[in-house]
Write a protein that binds this ligand. Structure first.
Ligand code: PLP
Length: 439
């Protein structure tokens, strides 16, 4: 079969059998998958037609160590041939899960020293909400149930995580959500205080925030915000949950983004970058204090556990992935290349009058599309055009077009070098020129 025949055949089978997540089913059915990738190396992916593209998103903000890392395949192979999986229920354990849990305790800020493993970010969120409520119940405050989250926050797609997500289109799939979830304005201390006043601290279990909102358009918590939130939570006996699913493992130029603010949450969620997407894994870290209270106060079995909590192979890959991040100084590279990315964005901002705000923290960034005549959003979204033109030229980026945003977002692998950043900016520039002609 010719390569193109294989491509056509796969497109056909894809349309018939593969329901894609977070995708336009109509568009897929009409025009087929834009890319069917077959291999990856470093910051590049290659598809069935042989086209090579620069991954400006590290897939879904997660392939931090880049593609084609044989060490991770070997770690999985070694573990699978020894012991691929054994469950962790009834306090049974396995070596990679123990070692990864203690490594995470070493890396996480403050006294976040104990881990509950999951298989991803949504599961980590639902686990955190349940643990927070369970904690208060054990302490004799079963009425402290509400979870406060932020508008534009994204926490995943399970019923609980969807309910905490503050991006309204994600609520449109079904109109039935979990009770006891309340949203406040993005990074607004006043809105949080008003909410606590209205709902009553005695009914609130936890407040959850991303230090940098990813899917909501790369919105960075302003200096001082998280520190104040920490105080407000302490004053009101509300647990602070920080969702580091995107921001963890070097994405923002620190190992965890809450380090930028010097804040230790009570619960910290991770997923994505812990294995750089080579295998699904996530988790919830809790402080020694919470861990000890759970031990002291709980009776019987903690009736919450996923079959794959503490999956031996996933944990072995996680350990190797963290070793790569440390050995190759990828956290520092994220910080330095993030500055390079910001410089690139600033030069584009000077050149194109329809680029509004640009922002980065390490290797997560965004550029806003703004109508220079009105200083508001264009009547039709521009960011998707930019991303389509970029894809034609071999650069993958994502866009955010809800909640008043018209934004192109970026999150390249943390291994990206200066030359590759310049290539990213240069392709983006060509895409912007093409879009400018149609404005
Ligand atoms: N939390 C945040 C901040 C995320 O960005 C995501 C996914 O993008 C999730 C949670 C959900 O993670 P998953 O897709 O692994 O369930």
């Amino acid at each position: 079969m010719m390569k193109t025949d294989v491509h056509e055949m796969l497109i056909d089978l894809d349309k018939k059998h593969f329901i894609h997540p977070t995708s336009s089913l109509k568009q897929q059915n009409e025009s087929g998958a834009p890319f069917i990738f077959t291999s990856g190396d470093g910051v590049y992916l290659t598809d069935t037609s042989g086209q090579k593209v620069l991954e400006g998103m590290a897939s879904l903000w997660n392939v931090n160590v880049g593609y084609g890392r044989k060490e991770l395949a070997e770690a999985a192979y070694d573990q699978m041939t020894k012991l691929a999986f054994t469950n962790s229920f009834s306090s049974m354990s396995n070596e990679p899960a123990i070692r990864l849990a203690s490594k995470l305790a070493e890396l996480a800020p403050g006294n976040l020293n104990a881990v509950f493993f999951t298989s991803g970010g949504s599961e980590s969120n639902d686990t955190a909400y349940k643990l927070a409520r369970y904690y208060w119940k054990l302490k004799g405050h079963a009425e402290k149930k509400k979870i406060i989250s932020q508008k534009k926050g994204y926490h995943g797609v399970n019923i609980g995580a969807t309910s905490a997500t503050g991006i309204s289109p994600f609520h449109s799939l079904t109109n039935s959500h979990a009770p006891d979830f309340v949203h406040v304005a993005t990074f607004s201390l006043d809105s949080l205080r008003e909410c606590i006043q209205k709902e009553g601290a005695n009914h609130i279990a936890a407040f959850i925030t991303e230090p940098v909102q990813g899917a909501g358009g790369v919105n960075i918590a302003p200096d001082g915000y998280l520190q104040e939130v920490r105080k407000i939570c302490d004053e009101n006996n509300i647990l602070l949950i920080v969702d580091e699913v995107i921001t963890g493992f070097g994405r923002t130029g620190k190992m965890f983004a809450c380090e930028h603010y010097g804040v230790t949450p009570d619960l910290m969620l991770f997923a994505k970058g812990v294995t750089s997407g080579y295998i699904p894994l996530g988790g919830v870290m809790v402080t020694d204090t919470i861990h000890q209270e759970l031990i002291d106060l709980s009776e019987g079995v903690l009736l919450h556990g996923y079959t794959y909590s503490g999956h031996a192979t996933a944990c072995a890959v996680g350990l190797k992935n963290i070793e790569i991040i440390e050995n190759e100084n990828l956290v520092e590279n994220s910080r330095m290349m993030g500055e390079e990315l910001l410089n690139g964005f600033k030069s584009l901002q000077m050149e194109f009058d329809f680029i509004g705000e640009v922002r980065t923290l390490g290797l997560i960034g965004a550029i806003e599309m703004v109508n220079p005549e009105t200083n508001n959003r264009f009547d039709t979204l521009i960011a998707p055009r930019v991303s389509a033109e970029a894809a034609k030229r071999g650069l993958i980026v994502r866009t955010v077009g809800f909640e008043g945003m018209d934004t192109v977002v970026f999150s390249p692998p943390l291994i990206i070098n200066k030359q590759e950043i310049h290539e990213l900016i240069s392709i983006l520039r060509e895409a912007l020129i093409a879009v400018q002609k149609g404005l």
